[in-house]
Design a protein around this ligand. Structure first.
Ligand code: ATP
Ligand code: MG
Length: 195
């Protein structure tokens, strides 16, 4: 769950990943950033929305959750448009209740993410759920997922949720350990997670 990716992946072993679903439009972090800009909060939006939401009522404004017929894919464009329409309507009436909009948006997007994680965790009877990427730093999201899944949740400390050398090093460790020849390890900026 990052600024460019929203992927739900079943990890069967090191280097064995089964993609279950992904975003069909914006990444979760991108949606956080766009809504933050709409609310005049700045960039990067995730932490600013999270902070603003602390003073807000998450049930102040009902917002739509996309439902893609039970699949594990997710879409945030409908939610984004709904927030845009809500903000324009509220602005016409008076000062924008930023905290309430931030809290309502955060709750909705986190529920969409947590629902898919919980459904996959149950369907595949997983032993552990792991989150990564900048959005995984969101405390409310961690709490949501913890509440919904009956297995341990593992999340890196916030500074290791965003781009960092440790995750690249860990990925390289398992790649190198399983090498079957002496061929040099290819350097590719778009290396896929799963084949
Ligand atoms: N507390 C938070 N709550 C929600 N979103 C957050 C939080 N902290 C950071 N983010 C979001 O995380 C995103 C950045 O994450 P990251 O750096 O992992 O992504 P990226 O490097 O842009 O994408 P990728 O690594 O997939 O190419 C931003 O969109 C930011 O708003
Ligand atoms: Mg990154």
């Amino acid at each position: 769950m990052s600024g460019a990716h929203t992927d739900l992946v079943l990890m069967e072993d090191h280097r064995r990943f089964r993609p279950l679903g992904r975003t069909i439009d914006d990444a979760a972090g991108e949606a956080y950033d766009k809504v933050a800009r709409l609310l005049g909060l700045g960039f990067p939006g995730g932490p600013l929305i999270e902070r603003a939401a602390r003073d807000g009522d998450p049930s102040a404004f009902p917002l739509p959750k996309s439902d893609l017929a039970g699949r594990y894919d997710v879409s945030f464009s409908g939610l984004k448009t709904a927030v845009l329409r809500l903000v324009r309507g509220l602005e016409a009436k008076g000062p924008l209740p930023v905290a309430d909009v931030a809290a309502s948006f955060q709750r909705t997007i986190n529920e969409m993410l947590a629902e898919r994680v919980a459904r996959a965790a149950a369907e595949f009877a997983v032993r552990t759920v792991m989150l990564g990427g900048g959005v995984a730093a969101n405390l409310a999201l961690r709490e949501q997922i913890t509440r919904r899944v009956g297995v341990p949740l593992r999340v890196p400390p916030p500074k290791l949720c965003i781009d960092n050398g440790a995750m690249i090093g860990a990925a390289a460790f398992y790649q190198l350990r399983h090498r079957t020849d002496d061929a040099p390890v290819a350097v590719r900026s778009t290396m896929p997670l799963a084949r």
